[in-house]
Design a binder for this molecule. Sequence first.
Ligand code: WT7
Length: 657
Amino acid sequence: MTEQSPALDNLLTESRTFPPSDEFAAQANAKADLYAEADADREAFWAKQAERLTWDTKWTTVLDWTNAPFAKWFVGGKLNVAYNCVDRHVESGHGDQVAIHWVGEPGDTRDITYAELKTEVSKAANALASLGVTAGDVVAIQLQMVPEAIFAMLACARIGALHSVVFGGFSPTALRARVDDAAAKIVITSDGQFRRGKAAPMKANVDEALEGAETVEKVIVVKRTGDKLEGEVPWTDSRDLWWHELVDGQSEEHTPEAFDSEHPLFILYTSGTTGKPKGILHTSGGFLTQTAYTHHNVFDHKAGEDVYWCTADIGWITGHSYIVYGPLANRVTQVVYEGTPNTPHEGRHWEIIQKYKVSIYYTAPTLIRTFMKWGAEIPEKYDLSTLRVLGSVGEPINPEAWIWYRENIGANKTPIVDTWWQTETGAIMISPLPGVTAAKPGSAQKALPGISAKVVDDQGNEVGPGGGGYLVLDKPWPSMLRGVWGDEERFKETYWSRFSEQGFYFAGDGAKYDNDGDVWLLGRVDDVMNVSGHRISTTEVESALVSHPTVAEAAVVGATDPTTGQGIVAFVILRGNAADGGEAAIQELRNHVAKEIGPIAKPRQIMVVPELPKTRSGKIMRRLLRDVAENRQVGDVTTLADSSVMDLISSGLKSGK
Ligand code: WT7
């Protein structure tokens, strides 16, 4: 594959369009008039979408924006989110429909019907209640993609507890920070997880994380790897419980209680521009309305007919919104896969699609580019003819990857939906509609009906056709974040201060209009990197590096990477007489970052330098470091306090230091 970067220039010269076939358009859930309907009366439109859900008490006001930026949607309404995702499908006669085709990495499988899901979620809810968990409590979940992860999330929703799911790849330090920040009362994890054919410990890491954690009363442990895991599972009798021992004996009956539309549903931590992750808060009625609405229209999902597969992990927002809440509210039949895409072979995804006749497949550009590298002859061996909609999320998709996806996975005919959204937005915001939009490879195109987005300049004025600037959301939306956990100021400062005069939400992404007015996303404009669709802050990696005794100073940049979108490149100044900067010392630093944050944050490259480029006020000029990391001629250095620094860095690098 040639050098190509997702967010960039080549993408803006792409001019091919791919309209939906007449056949697809005719059967599509969303027709073109949806835009006009939403524009005519936004609140009436959203009220209609909220009717997708079953409410115990109907709302009195659709939107209360009087206390902006704190929104209230469907004010006065009451509902139970888990009831909406599970029980009502059983009550409407679909108890025998498979909700989840679960596929374990070693090849074990489990089909879970809606009736079984109801039983499992009810038992888990009773189990949590038996431990004293009540509405408003926080339950931290660090689990791989096992069915219990979904049962646990829905059990929390059922009793009004908030879950805080922590990605399985996060380090003990990262887990602890999240447990403490939300004062989690319960932690749910597993003994170990299968990763690339091997059993790796989970509980041992959780124990390390929880040493001295005062808020945690109980740790519930799902037995997954059992005797495949080497060594004992560390155990604290007074605190730890096996999931099966706790849950299996519980009653299968649990009456869901209706909670306020604005009752908190979950917290999910994401990286910002500072070192400390933000706990993004989502609530119930608006979140479920928009995730269900978008899942229905963007993926053209037909309950009882489609087999859907979103390859995300529940540790990220995509897993929350498009594995658990939106799809289950829409009575999906979906595949949930535990493992990596190349275990035991590089055709694993296609084999699963063939076996379960998957019709809607939603994945990330980084994985598509990996599939490209593995070669088109791999998917070619499988029957992928059931696929009818393909989705992409997480970063801008480069046109080459888009075209490859359509040709090799989509038989040159399936619509591709490139969906732009964020942990904070809760649900898809900008995306083609598969039966309506003439798709353009590389562009997320238009705000969905009911959503309003603009590209604006520094002053907040909308730019014209062909113009570029910042992406803002200029009207509130149902699944918007309701705050940053425990930090009102940070919420206002991060998202609402940049364009406070206009009251716009600042997304942190650069964007551009083409001459048709379609939106092209151009990547982050802040110090947030996007590595394989995961958000990692430069500051977070820098703090991890300087916490190592040999490092005096560190600066981190995201450099364009042909597979992962961006790769983490670190520049470090070592302490005088510490390490020599040799290969071993660099490995040690990479591992240190993995240990502090998690393997996803491991720098691709660490360069030892004698100085860092700084402005007179002491700010590190990352732009120049990015030039070095991307092997470009270094740009304008006139604002540096000492303009010879870049020469020093470059010559140091050439000499191999
Ligand atoms: C950031 C949000 C949304 C779920 C996964 C990531 C980037 C996301 C796209 C897309 C261009 C995209 C943005 C955004 N992003 N989707 N289709 N095209 N960029 O959620 O971790 O909150 O990251 O991902 O930069 O701000 P997240």
